[in-house]
Design a protein around this ligand. Structure first.
Ligand SMILES: [Zn+2]
Length: 267
């Protein structure tokens, strides 16, 4: 049916609309369970806390997967890494509850040293196979100028895990234990410079900021003096693109475009 198509623009549109049926009008429409993958115990709320609140309000199940222990996130010489990891776990539980999230899975890798390894990828595959989410969200690893290696690594590992979790010959020991292959239907990025979907968070912005602030070890009064204006500016930036006051920007991708695609950025 495509042999009569002679130009790329028509092919691209028809590929998305008719062949892949890729619909950006509401990517969460047929989604009941969302796995939000975060490098550190505050990234889900900072990146998409308003969206998460809206999803749980709509009765959807949101689970966090936190990859590292957050133990390096301090300039206080009197707090040990072990103590900080415990503090941050409690803060994350409180923050998540404020957004209607009551389950957090911790992989416990050392903060700042999230390894880009097959072992780490396979841990995420196991979680995806056990949890069977309809949608997975993770940081966009191609955010320009992102300096934190855990963020880049988390995005790449998540992308690979979503790609490989349906393949039974990948980590066959999972399958032998009854942890069956699982196809994630919807994959998206938060912390993205190329959003293609926006959530109006104007009415939950103050709650989002409170849930960010629940990470008290991260946002002392001094730090918050910069971070509150910073987070409002980001929400206004996405809001300007969305035509609302405050918004969060996400980037959804059809699975087929997550491999060998020279025009994936056009979506
Ligand atoms: Zn982080």
């Amino acid at each position: 049916m495509f042999e009569d198509v002679n130009d790329f623009e028509t092919a691209f549109r028809r590929l998305l609309d008719e062949v892949l049926e890729f619909d950006l009008s509401n990517p969460f429409d047929e989604v009941d369970k969302i796995l939000c993958i975060e490098p550190h115990p505050d990234d889900c709320v900072i990146g998409m806390g308003g969206t998460i609140r809206k999803l749980t309000e709509a009765g959807k199940d949101v689970v966090y997967l936190c990859l590292t222990d957050g133990s390096m996130g301090t300039t206080d010489e009197n707090v040990s890494a072990h103590e900080l990891a415990l503090i941050r776990k409690r803060e994350e539980e409180e923050s998540a509850r404020m957004l209607g999230v009551d389950r957090i899975i911790w992989l416990g890798y050392k903060d700042t040293e999230l390894p880009y390894t097959v072992e780490a990828r396979n841990q995420i595959i196991k979680v995806i196979r056990r949890e069977k989410p309809d949608a997975v969200l993770a940081p966009d690893p191609w955010l320009p100028y992102e300096a934190h290696p855990d963020h880049v690594t988390a995005g790449r590992l998540a992308l690979e895990a979503v790609s490989f979790s349906p393949l039974p010959n990948v980590v066959p020991s999972d399958v032998q234990l009854g942890i069956k292959p699982h196809q994630v239907e919807v994959f998206g990025f938060y912390y993205t410079a190329k959003p293609n979907y926006f959530v109006d968070i104007t009415d939950v912005m103050e709650l989002k900021l409170k849930a960010v602030r629940a990470h008290r070890s991260q946002f002392t009064d001094d730090v918050w003096e910069q971070w509150e204006p910073f987070l409002r500016t980001i929400a206004l930036y996405y809001g300007k693109k969305a035509g609302t006051k405050y918004a969060e920007g996400l980037r959804f991708m059809p699975g087929l475009f997550l491999h060998i695609t020279p025009f994936a950025e056009l979506i």
